[in-house]
Design a protein around this ligand. Sequence first.
Ligand SMILES: *Cc1c(COP(=O)(O)O)cnc(C)c1O
Length: 388
Amino acid sequence: MSIQELDKEYVANTYGRFPVTLVSGKGAKVVDENGKEYTDLGTGIAVNVFGVADDEWIKAVTEQLGKIHHTSNLFYSEPCAKLAETLCKRTGMKKVFFSNSGAEANETAVKVARKYAAEKKGAEYNTVITLKNSFHGRTISMLAATGQDTFHKDFLPLTEGFVYAEANNIDDVKRLVSENKVAAIMFETVQGEGGVLPLEKDFVEAIAEIGKKEDILLIVDEVQTGNGRCGALYNYMNYGITPDIVTTAKGIGGGLPLGLAMLGEKVKDTLKPGDHGSTFGGNPVACAGALSIVSRIDDTLLAEVREKSKYIFDSFNGADGVKSVSGAGLMIGIECEKDVAEVLSACREKGVIAIKAKNKVRLLPPLNITWDELKAAVEVLLEAMNNE
Ligand SMILES: *Cc1c(COP(=O)(O)O)cnc(C)c1O
């Protein structure tokens, strides 16, 4: 059997995979089993921040592999402590809890918020407001947090205590605050799976205001938007707000599974020994790789991300066959007149990989994609979207 046949026979049928088997690559280039080369604008869903086979990341990971690859959280280990220090110094957050995925990072955030609210105001203050059209992960609780019915059906009953406000409608948030005993408000600054839709600045500022006034915690889900993706280390920084909890995963590990929740001043000591844990969380190899990623997301790289972003927006805005362009930094959604699957397939034919979000072509290129690679890929995309 071919790899694709084997997979269809033995791997749980949960993914609509592209008919491509990737085997290797370098930077923004990936190669399939037939030796065909593609420019990768999907980066394994915003994970491969510096593309594939990144030398510095490989060095950091393999050096750590040769020392000790796992310790459990019964012991101290250097990469985990250093990564936490780096993240806190660069964000102003106070402590970090490490896990392995975005969903788990968000689970941590909700546990912290409920404990904080219970201690501060009473156990009945356990509701978490999230937004309609959001995506927060696939566990039963994070499905509950996800404000999209399509993800809920077939999996009921979900965890209680989540209500959904309309994005960019502050009156709807206020209504839910008055009708519920609220512990936290959780949101993505750009709704990724929801169609690459950024929240309006006024709306985010108004949520932050409510949070401060009512002592309702602000949880920002930066699983996809974070780690340089949107032109700042974390995209909440572009909104000028100070969250109480920031979660991330995807890009932070540069390709190894790593998720984390950063805890601000109010909640830095909410979790006590025994309250939460993870066997693999803070794995030394994943954290050593993450340190190499985060240390290179500097002002120079972020300026480049913003420049490349502007180039992509300018290229697609008003182009033939393009209905709309949305997003932030190098997290961009393009709504086309043609069917999205057709556009993606035409692009693959010409050696460009992009992914989708709802009915849009979604671009998540490596942050260090070269200008030549980017320009050539944009030409291919424009041609595939063109109606003639
Ligand atoms: C991908 C994603 C998640 C879930 O992350 P997993 O690592 O798949 O659990 C959560 N929130 C957002 C915003 C995401 O994009």
